[in-house]
Ligand binder design. Structure first.
Ligand code: ADP
Ligand code: MG
Length: 342
């Protein structure tokens, strides 16, 4: 019989990442599912579904079931998750995996319950939730058990989790605040900028491409260019344009400002001793959004505190879940969720 593969799962708004205990990251796919709207039959999941986004006929939907840090379609979120977990653990009738999962903080208790119990259909024998900032901090290698303040900023697609952690506890967070500024907000800002400045309408994939390829939070020393095709809003026809990296930096100014304000607000809620610790060691960035060029420098410059990007930032949450399974005696006590057994 196959050896039991316990897994740590990051159910994100943009991607699902799975860490196999003792195996490292084993899956990293877009959190997208495509289905027939009339029958709700699933047609594609992950990368294949993502390629269908914006290109489907009217009876087919290719959606992200988690948006803005919240669930937009619970049934499809569960189906997508079970598909990915099944892909990793295979079919096993007995001795199923133990699953530690992290979900966006906008997911409510009822939804959390549905997500964890729906995983039993994959054969899981035990499922448990871990707070996202805790998982991100463990995955980023921060010594969260110490009586010392650490700040983690996990920038996802639909939201950003900001938290100060000490002795394994979250001391201050942006969890209750309304602005959940993530990488999607950066893409939207690029779409608005290109429309306003060039009368050109572009889609989200093009905006994200611009951000990843030539975008930067601070002006670059060397100028980069990218050619894009959009729809000219006056003629209605396709038009090719060359966009510069400085233009993207300008476009990102507003969401960057919002992100900095959100970090500042959490720092203001942080007790003085822990604040002093953070100003000594600096802020750690994780999540795919942390990969934006110049972002840690922009945070450091604006908040006057050191800031660094974690290693493999986009995998931190899944790694944190997996490392917790691997070092249960050390990290298991930071979970405040009751385990569910089949
Ligand atoms: N190289 C990059 N530069 C800037 N942003 C990036 C880069 N790579 C990924 N991203 C952004 O990271 C976000 C997704 O991060 P991720 O951690 O996967 O999200 P989530 O945890 O919500 O699933 C998206 O907004 C994506 O555009
Ligand atoms: Mg993430």
């Amino acid at each position: 019989m196959a050896t039991v593969l316990d897994i740590g799962v990051d159910l994100g708004t943009a991607s699902v990442v799975i860490y196999g205990k003792g195996k490292d990251v084993v899956l990293n796919e877009p959190a997208v599912i495509a289905f027939d709207r009339d029958t709700r039959n699933v047609l594609a999941v992950g990368e294949e579904a993502r390629r269908m986004m914006g290109r489907t006929p009217s009876n087919i939907s290719a959606i992200r079931p988690l948006q803005n840090g919240m669930i937009s379609d619970l049934e499809m979120a569960c189906t997508m998750l079970r598909y990915f977990v099944g892909k990793v653990v295979g079919k096993r009738l007995i001795g199923g995996p133990r699953i530690l999962i992290s979900v966006p903080s906008g997911v409510n208790e009822m939804e959390k319950h549905r997500i964890t119990t729906s995983l039993f259909e994959t054969g899981a024998r035990r499922t448990q939730l871990i707070d996202r900032p805790i998982a991100a901090a463990i995955g980023a290698g921060l010594p969260i058990g110490e009586a010392y303040g650490e700040m983690i900023v996990d920038i996802g697609g639909g939201m950003t989790d900001i938290a100060v952690i000490s002795q394994g506890q979250i001391i201050a967070t942006n969890k209750e605040s309304a602005d959940k500024i993530g990488g999607d907000a950066f893409d939207d800002a690029i779409i608005r900028y290109i429309r306003r400045k060039h009368n050109l309408l572009i889609g989200e994939p093009t905006a994200e491409d611009l951000k990843i390829s030539i975008g930067s939070a601070l002006p670059r020393n060397e100028q980069f260019y990218m050619e894009i095709t959009g729809r000219n809003l006056i003629s209605g026809l396709p038009k090719v344009m060359r966009i510069t990296s400085d233009e993207i930096t300008e476009a990102l100014d507003d969401p960057l400002h919002d992100l900095l304000e959100a970090i500042q607000a959490v720092l203001e809620k942080t007790p003085a001793e822990l604040l002093a610790d953070i100003f000594e060691t600096g802020i750690t960035l994780s999540g795919g959004g942390a990969l934006l060029s110049g972002l840690s420098e922009a945070v450091a410059l604006s908040l006057k505190v050191d800031c660094h990007v974690a290693e493999y930032p986009q995998e931190c949450v899944a790694r944190g879940c997996g490392l917790t399974l691997e070092n249960w005696s050390e990290y298991g006590r930071y979970l405040n969720d009751r385990k569910k057994r089949r």
